[in-house]
Structures are given as C-alpha cells and as structure tokens.
Design a protein around this ligand. Structure first.
Ligand SMILES: [Zn+2]
Length: 249
C-alpha cells in the first residue's frame, strides 16, 4: 500500500520514500509517493526517482489496488528494494494540471448554477481540457456568458479546500449527490471532497490549487454537440486577467 502524499499536500514537488518492491519490467513501488497516478480524468505526473547518483526518469504512473506504480525504463537500471529514494515531480506539468483541474471544477459549478446542467464526462490534458454537460442549448451567447462568469469567479480569489469525510456524512451533502457519489463502491468508507467556496463541492481524488486566482483564467476554445442534451465545452488556461506586467509596478 502506498501512502498518497498528494491527497493532503498537492504542492509537494519532492519527497523521500523507501523502495518496497521492484518488478523486472521497471515498475517501482514506494511506501509513500507524491506522484499522481492517472485517474479521475487527471493524467499522471512525470518526474524522476533519485537513488544516490542514479537518476531514473518516471515515464508513467498508474494505480493497482492501493499501490502506486512508478514506471521507469529498466535499461536505466533498477533501484534496490529497501533503498531510500527521492521522488521529484515535474512541477511545471503538475502545477498546470492542478490549475486545469480546478478550472474544470469552476466550470462545473458555473454551468450548474447558471443552467442547472449536470456533468456527463470530462478529461484533461496539459494544453486543454473538456467537459460534457447535460445541456440542450449551447449558443455562442451562452458560451460567452459561461466564460465571463467563470473568469469572474476565478478572479474573485475563492479558496479551494479538500478534506476526507466519513461516507455517511458525505451522503448528507446535497451538492455531492449531483456528482453521482452514489456510484462509489460500498467498501469505500471515507470520501474525499474538494470544495470551491460558495460554488462547487465534489467527491474528488485529484490535485488542486489553493485559490481560484492561481488558475489565472480560462478560455472556451471549442464546443461540440455530442447529442440533443449533451454538449461539450473545451477549455484552455490563460494567464491571470488584468495582471500587472513586470516593470509596471
Ligand atoms: Zn475533479
């Protein structure tokens, strides 16, 4: 079992751990890890495992049961079981994904508040992300409205918080019901929730920024009809709006 360090501290860019298992194909298991494994629509981290003078690039990160699997190239050499190791996250990539993930939650909250539309699916990459909504009408006017409200929320600097709740308690939060919390397998006794103050609350295992202002801004870069009541919004991140250029202060 891997202790998932990113659940509490999404800003942890490096960490120390012990190698607990090494598989011949280059899969390395650690007792604890800040590497995010692909899941919940968020892609895995990249980075390196550093063992003494050995620097082993991490090519992929996945989950297997309660374990995080760090894929390295076995041709680079394998670390020893029991050896101390330093994990280093490719921070530029991860921080972009944190901003993107939080931007998608802003989008969910805004589309739900403005139109009462639920999310039917979504996915994110470093350059863009998409989210599908139960929406019948997605006119250019509506898209512009969604974008403007989302950017106003982002600029207002709302705190983003996460915590774990006992399952029963989570089931009593009306906002969580709409995000299909009832699909959670029965053996899950704790539910991690991510809240954008006053806007959005979701059961979520991903990594987020602490404040909406860190997102910068978002731009709707594409729309697509996926059916009569299923519309896709594609977004990209933009730098903070109205930010002061260097030297202006
Ligand atoms: Zn999420």
């Amino acid at each position: 079992m891997t202790e998932l360090l990113y659940l509490d501290d999404s800003y942890l860019a490096a960490f120390d751990a012990i190698v607990t298992a090494v598989e011949p194909d280059g899969v390395v298991l650690l007792d604890r890890s800040a590497f995010y494994p692909t899941g919940g629509g968020q892609p895995h981290d990249l980075g390196a495992l550093v063992a003494g003078s050995q620097r082993l690039p991490v090519l992929n990160v996945t989950k297997r049961g309660a374990d995080t699997l760090h894929q390295i190239d076995p041709a680079c050499g394998l670390p020893q079981v029991g050896a101390p190791i330093r994990g280093e996250i490719d921070w530029e990539r991860r921080y972009t994904l944190m901003r993107m993930h939080s931007a998608l939650h802003v989008l969910c909250g805004v589309v739900f508040r403005e139109f009462g539309a639920l999310v039917t699916g979504g996915n994110m990459g470093v350059d863009k992300a998409r989210m599908d909504f139960e929406l019948e009408d997605l006119s250019a006017e509506r898209v512009a409205h969604i974008e403007a409200v989302a950017n106003a929320v982002i600029a207002s600097g709302r705190p983003i918080r996460w915590r774990s709740l006992p399952r029963d308690e989570a089931f009593q939060i009306p906002d969580l019901i709409r995000t299909k919390i009832n699909l959670l397998p029965a053996h899950i006794t704790e539910v991690r929730v991510v809240e954008i103050e006053g806007l959005d609350l979701q059961a979520d295992g991903g990594t987020h920024v602490h404040n909406t202002r860190e997102i910068g801004g978002l731009q709707v870069v594409g729309t697509r009809s996926k059916g009569r009541i299923n519309k896709r919004l594609e977004i990209a991140l933009t730098p903070a709006q109205g930010s002061v250029a260097e030297g202006d202060v």
